[in-house]
Design a protein around this ligand. Structure first.
Ligand code: F6R
Length: 609
């Protein structure tokens, strides 16, 4: 999605903005631009394509002097990627330059209103409406103009604004799209994501919905929507620049795959004390848990696939009805919720528009909400009744890996915690599962260790047109994620099916040489999966069988290729099986020469619907 950076200070703004934007490239974009103010006025330079094009035009910023500015990477929603549709968008009279993340839903209406009053528009964007409205309502007071605009626009926005009449200020306001202010000595920043300014400061203030920030060189002032001043204390970001750098890896994705054992350790170990799961950060009491009669798990994409695993885990451990839903469906299907419903919201970014809307719908209907989030202080984390963080550190690659693993770990923690409160497991089972959970980081290391075998396997099939993943039970849930990983970064068409569904249609897709990856880690269903492997092999498929070590011998006689992962309790198996399959997706994409960290058309944090 789009990215915003703004700067005011003693340095030249353009290089700072370009450097900040480069840190946001991972979010996905198709054009970039900056607006810088200097003594000769406001200068806007923008261009379709990669940031490198803009850096070339500006000679890395050298060609654009000035110490105040805003910058943007745009992921097209309204209007095609083009120079004119790129941000900053500038008002008719050249007074305001605006960068915007989000969508102004009523922009057509507002645009027509302004056009009837003679305002001329040059772009197809919704953002230009904001710039034009600011100038239209401006009577010498920028804050008052911002208020006029935010009272009229509907939708979501994070806005960075500069005004030619106030060259010593940068303005910012947000609603339903993240925006932070970074504070430092003699220079201050705005950004849509902390990674953009981490090289300069770790002191940040998060804007809440409809709050406005006014930055000068000396500091920042904050106002609510009625323009009443606000006190907003700064927080210190704990993780450092190195956590958001590649650290010797060719891609963030590989770095993040390899970080999983450590991320699991950080997520799990503080929450297990003397063999007991301790969720100090949870306000949910035993009485609250006893009241719950149904659990919904709601998320998007990879986070939704965690929900797919969670359904099996919760039903097994809690013997309670669980529904898993994609947030974009949940929010519009009029779900039946009440105060006996627990809605678990899963989101790496904590800002996904559909997931946030699902959370709000759940709260509106009186359900209890619990969010599993990676980004501290994000909107979902703030709005849920309870939040459990995944301590994965920053996830930069668009394709999610360590977020998936740590989200799974938190799901196991919650399920075991609730099982203890509800008494649905014996002491012995609880102890066994808790020990297994504690061992997960070490076993993840082992599952990642056969990297060369996976690399060799990838080298044999990276030219495939289609691939199919099959599995049963949790292996099916893991197949969904394995298939998504492959398609999003390698662009190979891929589907995931349950082993039992093959005969009901998908098997007609199998022909000589089709690659099928069969996840058979669930021991009690190994025989059923072996039968499915034979069925597809009889129709010409080449099969990689993934199983636990205890089935290695049997797998030899069934599949063409095999890979083993460590054995863990059934409901935790996806934590093992996904690891070689993330590596497989990575190697295939790498051999095909794909842009692994920034796959086409995708964005890291989907803050629009
Ligand atoms: C895929 C991927 C996406 C995200 C989805 C939800 O690799 O990363 O499918 O999982 O956009 O994002 P969050 O978890 O931030 O809500």
């Amino acid at each position: 999605m789009c990215g915003i950076v703004g700067y005011i200070g003693g340095e030249q703004a353009a290089p700072v903005l370009l450097e900040g934007l480069s840190k946001l490239e991972y979010r996905g974009y198709d054009s970039a631009g900056v607006a810088v103010y200097n003594e000769s006025g406001m200068h806007v330079v923008k261009s379709k394509g990669r940031l490198a094009v803009l850096e070339g035009i500006l000679d890395k910023g050298e060609k654009l002097p000035g110490t105040v500015g805003i910058g943007h990477t745009r992921w097209a929603t309204h209007g095609a990627p083009s120079d004119v549709n790129s941000h900053p968008q500038v008002s008719d009279g050249g007074l305001f330059a605006v960068v915007h993340n989000g969508i102004i839903e009523n922009y057509m209406q507002l645009k027509e209103h302004l056009m009837r009053r003679g305002v001329e528009f040059v772009s197809d964007t919704d953002t230009e409406v904001v710039a034009q409205m600011l100038e239209h309502y401006y009577r010498g007071d920028v804050l008052a103009a911002i208020r006029q605009v935010t009272q009229r626009v509907e939708g979501s926005y994070a806005l960075g604004i500069i005004c030619a009449d106030c060259p010593e200020k940068v303005f910012a306001v947000r609603k339903d799209s993240p925006l932070i202010v970074g504070l430092s000595e003699g220079q201050n920043f705005i950004a849509s994501d902390v990674t953009a300014i981490l090289a300069h400061t770790r002191e940040i203030v998060r804007l809440r919905d409809r709050e406005i920030a006014v930055l000068t060189r000396e500091g920042a002032e904050f106002y609510d929507e009625e323009l009443e001043p606000l006190e907003k204390p700064a927080e210190t970001i704990e993780w450092d620049v190195a956590a958001a750098e590649k650290g010797g890896y060719e891609h963030f994705m590989m770095k993040e795959i390899c970080e999983q054992p450590e991320a699991l350790l950080k997520t799990i170990s503080p929450r297990i004390k003397d063999g007991r799961i301790v969720l100090d950060d949870l306000k949910l009491t035993r009485a609250d848990i006893e009241k719950i009669s149904r659990v919904y798990i709601v998320a998007c994409g990879t986070s939704y696939h965690v929900g797919a695993v969670a359904k099996y885990a919760f039903e097994k451990l809690l013997r309670m009805p669980i529904e898993t839903d994609v947030a974009s469906e949940f929010r519009y299907r009029d779900p039946i919720l009440d105060d006996k419903t627990l809605v678990i919201i899963i989101s790496q970014s904590g800002e996904t528009a559909d997931t946030l809307a699902a959370l709000r719908e759940a709260r509106r209907q009186g359900a209890r909400t619990l969010a599993i989030v990676n980004v501290v202080g994000s909107t979902i984390a703030n709005e849920a009744d309870d939040v459990l963080y995944t301590w994965a550190g920053p996830e930069i690659a668009v394709a999610s890996t360590k977020a998936y693993s740590t989200q799974l770990a938190v799901i196991y923690l919650i399920a075991l915690y609730m099982a203890r409160e509800l008494g649905t497991l014996t002491e012995q089972e609880l102890e066994e599962y808790t020990k297994a959970l504690e061992k997960l980081p070490e076993l993840a290391e082992a599952a990642l260790s056969g990297r060369e075998t996976i690399q060799y396997f990838a080298s044999q099939y990276f030219n495939a047109k289609d691939m199919y993943f099959i599995g049963r039970n949790v292996d099916y849930a893991a197949s969904l994620e394995a298939s998504l990983k492959l398609k999003e970064i390698s662009y190979i068409h891929s589907e995931a099916y349950t082993g039992g569904e093959l005969k009901h249609g998908p098997i007609s897709l199998i022909e000589e040489g089709t690659l099928v990856i069969a996840l058979c880690t669930c021991g009690r269903l190994f025989g059923k999966m072996a039968a499915n492997i034979r069925e597809v092999k009889a129709r010409g498929a080449v099969v990689l069988g993934l199983c636990t070590e205890e089935f290695a011998g049997e797998m030899k006689g069934v599949a063409d290729w095999q890979f083993c992962v460590p054995k863990v309790p059934d409901f935790m198996l996806p934590s093992m099986s996904i690891l070689p399959l993330q590596l497989f997706a990575y190697y295939v994409a790498s051999m095909k020469g794909c842009d692994i960290d920034k796959p086409r058309n995708l964005a890291k944090s989907v803050t629009v619907e």
